[in-house]
Ligand binder design. Structure first.
Ligand code: UDP
Ligand code: MG
Length: 315
C-alpha cells in the first residue's frame, strides 16, 4: 500500500528541515502499514524553500516537488497535490507542524475501523489572536446555517482520505475552491479526530485578518445562495413598506390636507433605499464575478519545475 502526503509550502525555509525530520520518523513508525511518497508543493516561495526541497529530493527518492510558476494560494497547492497523488491513501498537511505528523498512526488505526476519511479538528484555539478566533467562530455559525455543505468548527485541512474520496475531490473542478466545503460536500464516512491546537513551529502565518475575511466570504458565496435570497427578500419587504407609506400619505392628505413638511424624512428614505439597492447589486455582482471566472475556465495552477515525470503540469 502507498500513502501520499501532500505538503503545500509557501516561504517555509525555517520549518522545512524540522518538519521533514518529523515526517520521516512517522513514516518509519508506520512502515509496516504503508509505504510513503511526499509531494511538496512549492507555492511560489520567495525564500530558499525550493532549494531545500531540491536537496531533500536528491537524498530521499520518496520526495517529489511540484514548483508553481508563481504564488497560486494554498487551495491551488492542495489541488495540484491531490491531482498528482498516486497513493491508495492521501493526506494534506501544513509544513509548519500545526498538523502534527505524530497524529498519523492514530489516523491509520481509525481508518482500519472502516472509515473513508479521518479528519482532524482543533478543539482549542490557544495562541491565536482573540479577534481571529471570534471571527472564525462567527463564520462557522453563519455558514452552517445557510449552506448545504456541513462545515465543522475548527476543522483543519489535515485529513487522511481513501482513493475514492481523493478522486471525488479532484473531480470537483471549480476555479474558486473552498476545500473545507468540498470535503463536506463529497460525503463519505468521516471520523473527526479532535486535538489541541499546536502553535506554528517557526516562521510566520501567511494569513492576515483581511485575507481570512476574504476567504470566508469566498466560502459563503461558493456554498450558499442565501445572500441572493436575502437580497430578494429585502426587496420584497421594502416594496411592501413603501405601499404602506403611500397609503398613509394619501389618507393623511385626504383627511388633513397637506402642509409641505417632512423633507428630512424623505431624504432619509432615499438614502436608505439607495443603500439597500447598492448592497443587493453588490451581492449579485459577487456571484456574477464568480460565474465570470468559472466560465473562463482558467487553470488552477501552473507547474514551472518538478523532479517527476508524468505530472499534470497545468490544470
Ligand atoms: N500556504 C501556501 N500558499 C499560500 C499560503 C500558505 O501553500 O499562499 C501553505 C503554508 O506554507 C502552510 C499552509 O499553507 O504549509 C498553512 O499556512 P499558514 O500556516 O500560514 O496558515 P495558518 O496555519 O496560520 O492558518
Ligand atoms: Mg499554520
Amino acid at each position: 500500500m502507498l500513502t501520499t502526503l501532500i505538503i503545500p509550502c509557501y516561504n517555509e525555509e525555517q520549518v522545512l528541515p524540522l518538519f521533514y525530520r518529523s515526517l520521516t520518523e512517522t513514516a518509519e513508525e508506520l512502515k509496516e502499514k504503508s509505504e510513503f511518497e511526499f509531494i511538496f508543493v512549492n507555492d511560489g516561495s520567495k525564500d530558499r524553500t525550493l532549494e531545500l526541497l531540491k536537496e531533500l529530493a536528491c537524498k530521499d527518492e520518496r520526495v517529489t516537488y511540484l514548483s508553481f510558476s508563481r504564488n497560486f494560494g494554498k487551495e491551488a497547492a492542495m489541488f495540484a497535490g491531490l491531482k498528482n497523488a498516486g497513493g491508495d491513501y492521501a493526506a494534506i498537511m501544513d509544513a509548519d507542524m500545526q498538523d502534527p505528523p505524530s497524529l498519523l498512526p492514530e489516523m491509520f488505526r481509525i481508518m482500519e475501523e472502516g472509515y473513508d476519511c479521518v479528519a482532524t479538528r482543533r478543539v482549542s484555539r490557544v495562541g491565536e489572536p482573540r479577534l481571529r478566533s471570534l471571527g472564525a467562530r462567527m463564520f462557522y455559525r453563519i455558514i452552517n446555517r445557510i449552506s448545504d455543505a456541513d462545515i465543522v468548527d475548527g476543522a483543519r485541512d489535515f485529513r487522511l482520505m481513501k482513493r475514492e474520496m481523493v478522486d471525488a475531490v479532484v473531480a470537483m473542478g471549480e476555479y474558486h475552491r473552498f476545500s473545507k466545503g468540498i470535503f463536506g460536500w463529497v460525503g463519505f464516512r468521516t471520523f473527526w479526530l479532535p486535538y489541541e491546537n499546536v502553535e506554528r513551529a517557526a516562521g510566520e502565518t501567511k494569513w492576515s485578518f483581511w485575507s481570512l475575511l476574504k476567504y470566508s466570504v469566498e466560502g459563503i458565496i461558493n456554498f450558499s445562495q442565501a445572500p441572493l435570497a436575502i437580497a430578494s427578500w429585502s426587496g420584497i419587504g421594502l416594496t411592501g413598506v413603501s405601499f404602506l407609506m403611500i397609503l398613509f400619505i394619501v389618507v393623511r392628505k385626504l383627511m388633513f390636507g397637506d402642509p409641505v413638511a417632512g423633507w428630512p424624512s424623505l431624504a432619509c428614505i432615499i438614502v436608505f433605499l439607495g443603500g439597500v439597492q447598492l448592497l443587493c447589486m453588490g451581492i449579485m455582482g459577487q456571484y456574477l464575478a464568480k460565474t465570470y471566472m468559472e466560465v473562463k475556465g482558467r487553470p488552477h495552477y501552473i507547474i514551472g519545475e518538478t523532479n517527476r515525470e508524468n505530472v499534470t503540469k497545468i490544470s
